[in-house]
Write a protein that binds this ligand. Structure first.
Ligand code: ADP
Ligand code: MG
Length: 383
């Protein structure tokens, strides 16, 4: 939203002008799936869908927050009292960030906040990370806390883990906090070091949410993790990050079928992340297509986290674009979204193919989001 329009809405609510604006993006993971807890690589990209927070510190102890996405609701809590869950589901994300800052020893005070966002919620674009990071950016600026972008990400993750009780990794918050303009970010999940890779200007990111109802998958996730840990043990490495295919094949007989397949996915997926960075630098659609296809096949056959609906979307889109696009499932699997990289002029073909085939085959309506690479957290003082 235009900053001036959001500022005028802030003034409507609070009776005076805001002093600054914090903006953080949603994200999509281009490649590097289920590599994070094996301390490998991921390659997410910030989107041009963002969460914006207009704010102004006050001289009292009250944190007040409104969201244009939840009209008629607001949340309010005392900055210096114990921070506990409140009545507002979305307001709790703001409390969560405040809670973690306080636990880390930062002093908070009163502030007025107004949120708006065009990041679709619950669609696999991580609106929650965009919210946590933009709010942490606002607190950081409002109270002069001097927190680095990496720590803002860690604070967002901790807020989600400890207050919202959602066990996410660091990827979503780190790309939202540290994404550079128009670039994907390779994250090394062992030491959180990052390397940015420019997304070619003529590459569109099309995200198609399957809307497949994700069932209880917690035990499936836990089993995958265990398989990975057991495989690493048998390979004699600390995590699969340090394993090679040669070593895996050498000790194959000692592994269960599932341990072998999970490890095979993780080892090859890490290689694909590195190769995808080069394919992006070369703007090489054919290489991107091979890499994303191989990732999807590996997630389907070896990690076994796809469902017919996401396999179907990949087939439908891949079939429509052929050499003109690269497509795979993205995110946690068992439903969720697929990501397609293609040229702008080919987006219409993606939409037409999904419209014509997906609902007919799977009885579900897909949501299609056309995005560009965006930029990470920015906070600006308004003049
Ligand atoms: P996602 O995959 O989009 O991250 P989550 O369920 O993790 O889905 O997070 C969505 C939740 O984040 C929403 O239910 C809401 O509580 C909160 N949220 C996201 N964006 C906003 C916003 N603009 N205003 C208020 N709350 C928001
Ligand atoms: Mg989320």
């Amino acid at each position: 939203m235009e900053a001036s329009l959001l500022a005028s809405k802030f003034t409507d609510i609070y009776g005076h002008q805001p002093s600054a604006l914090s903006t953080a993006p949603g994200r999509v993971n281009l490649i590097g799936e289920f590599t994070d807890y094996n301390l490998g690589y991921v390659l997410p990209c910030a989107l041009n869908f963002t969460t914006q927070v207009m704010f102004k510190p006050t001289s009292d102890n009250t944190i007040t927050v409104y969201s244009l996405n939840y009209p008629g609701e607001h949340d309010r809590f005392a900055a210096k009292d114990d921070i506990v869950e409140g009545p507002s589901q979305w307001g709790n994300y703001v409390r969560a960030v405040a809670y973690v800052l306080r636990r880390r020893g930062y002093e908070l005070a009163g502030v007025e906040l107004l949120i708006t966002s065009d990041v679709p919620q619950g669609a696999g674009l991580s609106s929650s990370a965009a919210l946590e990071v933009s709010i942490a950016g606002a607190f950081n600026h409002a109270f002069n806390l001097g927190i680095s972008a990496q720590d803002i990400a860690l604070i967002g993750q901790q807020a989600e883990n400890e207050f919202m009780h959602c066990q996410c990794g660091i990827m979503d918050q780190l790309i939202s906090a540290k994404g550079e303009p128009g670039s994907a970010l390779k994250i090394d999940c062992r030491d959180l070091s990052t390397e940015s890779v420019a997304i070619p200007d003529d590459l569109s990111l099309v995200i198609v949410n399957s809307n497949y109802p994700r069932k209880l998958v917690e035990s499936e996730y836990n089993q995958r993790r265990l398989d990975c840990e057991n495989a690493a043990d048998k390979l004699g490495v600390e995590t699969l990050r340090d394993a090679t295919l040669e070593r895996l094949n050498a000790v194959k007989a000692a592994l269960t079928d599932n341990e072998y397949k999970r490890a095979h996915h993780v080892i090859t997926e890490n290689e694909r992340v590195v190769n995808t960075m080069q394919a992006l630098r070369d703007n090489d659609m054919s290489a991107l297509r091979k890499l994303l296809t191989a990732s999807h096949v590996s997630l389907r056959d070896n990690f076994e986290v796809t469902v017919p609906a996401t396999d179907g979307l990949v087939e439908i889109i891949g079939g429509a674009l052929g050499e003109r696009g690269a497509v795979r499932m993205t995110g946690g699997g068992f439903g969720g979204a697929v990501i397609c990289l293609c040229r702008e002029q080919d987006i219409a073909d993606v939409k037409a193919a999904v419209d014509a085939q997906y609902e007919a085959k799977f009885g579900l309506k897909a949501d299609i989001f056309v995005c560009q690479a965006g930029t990470g957290l920015s906070v600006q003082t308004l003049t």
